[in-house]
Design a protein around this ligand. Sequence first.
Ligand SMILES: [Zn+2]
Length: 183
Amino acid sequence: MKVGNIELEVELIEKEPPLIRGKCRKVGTDIRTDELIVFVTEGVYGKIYEHALEGERYEVGGALIGDYYKFDSMRFVEITHVLQVDGHNASAIDFTFPAQFWLKKVHPFLEELDGKTELIGTYHTHPGHSAFLSNTDIKFVQNLFNNPWNVTMVIDHINGDEGVFFCSKDRKISKKSGFWIYQ
Ligand SMILES: [Zn+2]
């Protein structure tokens, strides 16, 4: 988390990943083990997909909320809550998040939670355009979601293509990775 120029490192808690604790299923092609491993609850994934289908051929998006953990040398996030941006954008690949969404929806929600749960990242759809990061998406991620626990999920529900992306501090965007769904 960044406050002005001061870097606040989120404390990493040691925990067994959902893969050890119970049933998981893979979404997308390969899961990049050299990157952050993403686990999404079945409930959250259902909400994201429903939202994507509601948007039909328009882009929709929202915030991914959860916790950041480690297990031996593995770093992972569990995404346990999701918040939707109301309405949709007219474009099919350049989703923008209104400032009011962060102010009125995300921040109050995080304050109500246990105080430990983080804003992990965002999701948005690319209906019929495949799961990739557009130039607008890349700038957004490089500027706002470049922490080691940040995730950007893109879903093309029309072609059944989906995946997650990460951005390092030096603004390098990862290749697309799959992720895990757990109960
Ligand atoms: Zn996009």
